[in-house]
Structures are given as C-alpha cells and as structure tokens.
Design a protein around this ligand. Structure first.
Ligand code: ATP
Length: 234
C-alpha cells in the first residue's frame, strides 16, 4: 500500500534517513521500533510531506506521494496521529473530532463517523462538550485517534501513542489498536513500548541511526535479543 524505496530525508542540511526501503502492506499493522533518535518520527513526517525528501520515493497505491501537499494527505486517505496528541485545547471534544472531517469530501459523512468514533471511544461521548484542554492524557490520546479516523483514512500513521500513559490506559489503547487491526485497517505504529507493539503487529521494522536494520514478521521477532543488540539498557 505504501512502498518506500531508497529514501533519504532530513532537516535542512542535516540528513536523518539513509536509504530507507520498506513496504506497508494493506490491512496489516506494521510497527517501527528502534532506540531514541533512530528517525522513526522523521520517517512518518517524510511520508506526510513534512520533511523534505532528497532521494528515493514514496508510492501510495502505486502513485508517487512526492507532489502531494501535507494538507491534501487526508484527501488521499492518509492520516497522521502525531506524538504529543496535539488536540485543540480550547475547543470541545466534539469540535476537535469534527476538525478531523474538515475537508469538504468528508463533511457529508461526518455524522456517521462521529458516531463510530463515539462507539470506539465511549469516554469521548461522555465528555463531548468538555474542553479538550481538560482531558486526561489517555483521553487526549483517544481524542487524537478519534479525530484521525474522522476522515476515513486508508492508512493510519500513529506516533508513540502510549507515551506518558498509565499502564491501565495503555491496555485500553492496545485493545483499540487490536480492534482497528481486526477491522482490516492499515496501520503504521511507532512505539517505544516494543513488547506491546510487536505483540499487536504483523510486521516489524527496526530502525537505528536513520537506517532500517531489520524487517521481520512479528511472530519471528526475538525482542530480548534485539534489546540486547540495539537498545540501551540502564
Ligand atoms: P524518539 O523515539 O526519541 O522519538 P525517533 O526515532 O522518533 O526518536 P526522530 O524524532 O525522528 O527519532 O529524530 C531523529 C533525529 O532527527 C534525532 O537526532 C533528532 O535530534 C533529529 N531531529 C528531529 N527533529 C529535528 C529538527 N526539526 N531539526 C533538526 N534535527 C531534528
């Protein structure tokens, strides 16, 4: 569904991603793991057109994404749920959700999708008139995810959803990821919580220093061995 080949990208003169090649299969959950600073977020940002690509290409359903502007990505069926949640704090939960269906082509189905979001995240329905700035961390993450789903994306890119959340909330979050996966959605998950991420994934890419070091079916991944090799231990 997304094919990335020989990609280089970075910030100004600083190159971060070095000759990255990877495939995101439709209907699967692909997780990208790796130590801090490996370039995982930069890769998601490059797919979204938020980071300049200096070499290689990104194809989405066979079409190059290079000329698509970031704000057009939702129209093409790609939705990024960024790290840090980035909800509109002074707007209500429901207004935040409706922002996810802002583009003209999504407005007609916004009512249906709002109900779907509330069905997936009942907590948000209870709090629909509450200002997003007063939500807990877990609720804000659910809101960011609900908003990302309002445009009926074909691919959902999720960056570090469990960051800073209490374990019980992380359980909820992974249950929802499992459900989205069972519904046949295409998901790319960047996670620090490697055990949970690999547990829910179909395919795993490991990045380090801007390169892909490993590509494996999740069932074949030996996480303890990877941690010893690639992740710093305290
Ligand atoms: P983490 O797990 O810590 O979030 P990551 O794998 O997502 O890490 P990135 O956030 O993609 O890594 O960062 C990769 C490298 O790019 C880091 O060395 C970081 O300092 C650098 N970097 C990130 N954003 C910028 C920026 N705006 N300008 C310059 N360098 C940046």
């Amino acid at each position: 569904m997304i094919e990335i080949s020989d990609l280089r990208a970075g910030y100004g003169a600083i190159n971060i991603l070095w000759n990255i090649s990877l495939d995101i299969a439709p209907g699967k959950l692909t997780t990208i793991i790796g130590p801090n600073g490996a370039g995982k977020t930069t890769l998601l940002r490059a797919i979204m057109g938020l980071v300049p690509v200096t070499q290689g290409r990104i194809l989405f359903n066979g079409q190059p994404l290079g000329s698509v502007k970031t704000w057009e990505m939702a129209n093409h069926g790609i939705s990024l749920i960024p790290e840090g949640r980035m909800v509109f704090r002074d707007m209500t939960v429901e207004e935040n959700l409706m922002m996810g269906a802002f583009a003209k082509q999504h407005r007609a189905r916004s009512g249906v999708n709002l109900e779907l979001a509330y069905e997936l995240f009942p907590r948000l329905k209870e709090r629909r008139r509450q200002l997003a700035g007063s939500l807990s961390g877990g609720e804000a993450q659910m809101l960011a995810m609900g908003r990302g789903l309002m445009s009926e994306p074909k691919v959902i890119l999720i960056d570090e959803p469990s960051l800073g959340l209490a374990p019980v909330v992380v359980d909820d979050l992974f249950r929802i990821l499992q459900r989205l996966k069972d519904e046949g959605r295409t998901i790319v998950l960047v996670e620090q919580n490697t055990h949970r991420a690999v547990g829910v994934a179909d395919h795993v890419y490991l990045m380090q220093s801007g390169k892909v070091l490993l590509s494996k079916a999740a069932a074949e991944v030996d996480l303890d061995a990877l941690h010893d090799l690639y992740f710093a231990r305290d």
